[in-house]
Design a protein around this ligand. Structure first.
Ligand code: SAM
Ligand code: SF4
Length: 318
């Protein structure tokens, strides 16, 4: 398989979060970086400008929860002002989206993915260790109101939430909402403790096909490895991101930046390159050299998946 051009940079703007999802963060003992260790918005925007000169055109802001970092709309407008950047997206748990959606849109944010792993309030509280489902769903509404579209919901399924597949599918019926199921990934020690906890793609697909005529569909817009389907007559789609079942490493198009300024060539990899000093010095050449070095370390195979990263997902950005 021929590797695609690498044109997609995922940026974790913080490792902090207002939730503690069971598959992402341990319930205690999470060591957050101090403020001084986190890249400034100016440093991030500088990296984006160097990356854009090298052909990167798509940016996703993630975390931790990106909206807990103050002034995120400012970063969006700084990135949108970089020539060559075509699309800026946000991955969020949606809790603070009602508060920020308007400013984010005004700053130029194109779209959002919102993580909602269950549509049951008690289960949501349990899975997020204290979150309020109503607030996340209000975030979904805010995304529609402010045209941060296509609006996608991300759900990491487990055994219990498999029973909710009909409810997720129903969300895609009357409006262009796209529900994406993400396989639970064994990252940062928060992976499933047994195979039995993590439904895989084929099982989810089989269960969904019992709900109606499920046909392959075009991607609603996006640059990731998701595969899409549509139930006959539904406006929205159902997507799958299955790093474990699928073998999409060969077509990987992304590089990652951690909040503390390290480039990662793969979500699963322990291979990191510190780029902070070059960014702080606004050294274009050194920054470009480090980006090239990280790109050269991409293996485009499953070696990394088989040796998951020590970092938790909230530190890498999912
Ligand atoms: N806080 C934001 C959110 O939850 O959308 C952004 C950061 S979160 C780390 C990004 C994505 O990673 C979310 O869609 C989340 O569901 C996913 N994620 C976190 N831990 C995961 C795991 N162990 N396996 C699969 N996906 C995971
Ligand atoms: Fe926070 Fe997102 Fe991780 Fe949940 S998945 S703990 S919302 S960073």
């Amino acid at each position: 398989m021929t590797p695609r051009a690498i044109d997609y940079l995922r940026i974790a703007v913080t490792d902090r979060c207002n939730l503690r999802c069971v598959y992402c963060m341990p319930c205690e003992g999470v060591a957050f970086r101090d403020h001084e260790e986190i890249l400034t918005y100016e440093e991030i925007a500088f990296l984006v400008s160097v990356a854009a000169d090298m052909g990167f055109s798509k940016i996703r802001l993630t975390g931790g929860e990106p909206l807990v970092r103050r002034g995120l709309p400012n970063l969006v407008s700084m990135i949108k002002a970089v020539p060559g950047i075509r699309d800026v997206a946000l991955t969020t748990n949606g809790i603070l989206l009602p508060q920020f959606a308007e400013d984010l849109r005004a700053a130029g944010l194109d779209r959002v993915n919102i993580s909602v792993d269950t549509l049951d309030s008690d289960r949501y509280r349990r899975l997020t260790r204290g979150g309020d489902l109503r607030r996340a769903l209000a975030g979904v509404e805010a995304a529609f109101t402010h045209h941060l579209e296509p609006v996608k919901i991300n759900a990491v399924l487990n055994r219990e939430t498999m029973a909710e597949l009909p409810s997720f599918a129903a969300l895609t019926r009357d409006r262009p909402l796209h529900a994406r199921f993400i396989e639970w990934m064994p990252v940062g020690g928060c992976g499933p403790t047994s195979e039995a906890q993590a439904p895989v793609r084929d099982e989810v697909l089989a269960a969904l096909s019992l709900l109606g005529d499920l046909q392959p569909a075009e991607s609603p817009g996006g640059w990731g490895p998701a595969r899409y389907f549509r139930l006959l007559g539904h406006q929205g789609t159902i997507g799958f991101i299955s790093a474990v079942s699928d073998h999409f490493c060969g077509t990987c198009n992304r590089l990652r930046l951690t909040a503390d300024g390290r480039l990662m060539s793969c979500l699963f990899s322990n291979d990191e390159i510190g780029i902070r000093a070059a960014l702080a010095a606004r050294d274009h050449e050194a920054t470009a050299a480090l980006v090239r070095e990280s790109l050269s370390r991409k293996t485009f195979d499953r070696r990394c998946v088989e040796q998951p990263s020590r970092r938790g997902m909230s530190q890498i950005g999912g």
